[in-house]
Design a protein around this ligand. Structure first.
Ligand SMILES: [Zn+2]
Length: 313
């Protein structure tokens, strides 16, 4: 689908707000203060900003961006929606310089917007079911990105090999979803903890021959491939390889080098969330560019709202 820059939601603030409200509030306005659904009145006075509602039960005002990553921003919603569309549809990401030029905002504003949108793309803790399951293959693989932050021009003591780089672990359900993590150190303990939390124990785990995966007990079946001599070998049921994870690393690295020119260590997890998000909402899984942007907009609300219906209470 072609991006229609003339679409109303990118040009008309009321249309942009209505679009966001429809995504955030499918059952009517949700009060961010008390959690009540569809019990608010739209304020229409001349002195009121457009899109402000007043909650009847708690009497507090709110709009669709309260409690979201767009809150307190002076950037119009039309620009937020366009930036979200551009970031979610660009396979290798899009730079803050490019967004700054396309939206007519400063570089600093563009940079800030992009990080807010990445936050919206990140999965909420514990909201996703574990990867894999009985009859499913999950690949686990690590890679190394850039250098750890340290004094400029000086190697950290003991640095060398992969030790001075940042480690990324990706867990991929073959043909399905991915979850990537920035690790403090590529230690067996940390990797195993991530697998325990994120992979269904009845899955078959495919890894390389690295020692960190040795003696892996929780996952039912573990098959590894030795990269020194072979890249794919026949497993019990399916070929043993980590090609899905490696394919993802290749896209991620090209994006980080070509588009983002690397990033500070403190931001790495957010960039991983961005690339995971596009992978998890790809065409092959039935998600087109428009749906992908909607999914990101669904995630702008970081607060865990306790939805409450007035008549159910
Ligand atoms: Zn309320």
């Amino acid at each position: 689908m072609t991006l229609n820059l003339k679409a109303k939601i990118y040009n008309d603030e009321d249309a942009a707000r209505a679009h966001l409200e429809a995504i955030q509030w499918p059952d009517g306005p949700v009060c961010p203060h008390c959690g009540v659904v569809n019990e608010a009145t739209l304020l229409a006075g001349k002195s009121t900003r457009p899109g402000v509602y007043k909650c009847r039960p708690c009497q507090k005002p709110f709009s669709v961006t309260v409690g979201s990553v767009f809150e307190r921003s002076k950037v119009p919603l039309t620009k937020w929606l366009l930036a979200t569309e551009l970031l979610t549809s660009s396979k290798k990401g899009i730079s803050a310089h490019q967004i700054s030029r396309m939206l007519g905002v400063t570089y600093k504003t563009a940079w800030f917007m992009m990080h807010r949108i990445r936050e919206a793309m990140a999965p909420k803790d514990g909201s996703e079911p574990p990867l894999g399951g009985d009859g499913f293959v999950v690949e686990a693989d690590e890679t190394y990105i850039g250098k750890k932050d340290g004094p400029k021009g000086r190697k950290a003591p003991g640095a060398g090999g992969a030790g001075h780089k940042r480690t990324v672990l990706s867990l991929v359900e073959r043909g399905g979803k991915i979850r990537s993590f920035k690790l403090g150190a590529p230690t067996a303990g940390e990797i195993k903890a991530k697998i325990h939390t994120n992979v269904d124990p009845t899955s078959t785990l495919h890894t390389d021959g690295s020692q960190v995966y040795k003696g892996y007990l929780r996952v039912e079946s573990h098959e590894s491939v030795d990269h020194k001599s072979e890249y794919v070998r026949p497993g019990k049921s399916e070929k043993v390889h980590t090609n899905s994870a490696e394919g993802f690393f290749s896209v991620f690295k090209r994006g980080m080098v070509g588009t983002y020119q690397h990033c500070g260590e403190q931001h790495l997890q957010r960039y991983l969330a961005e690339f995971d998000f596009r992978m998890n909402n790809r065409i092959a899984l039935g998600v087109d560019d428009t749906m992908r942007a909607v999914k990101a907009l669904e995630g702008i609300n970081g607060k865990r709202l306790t939805y409450r219906r007035i008549n159910a209470a």
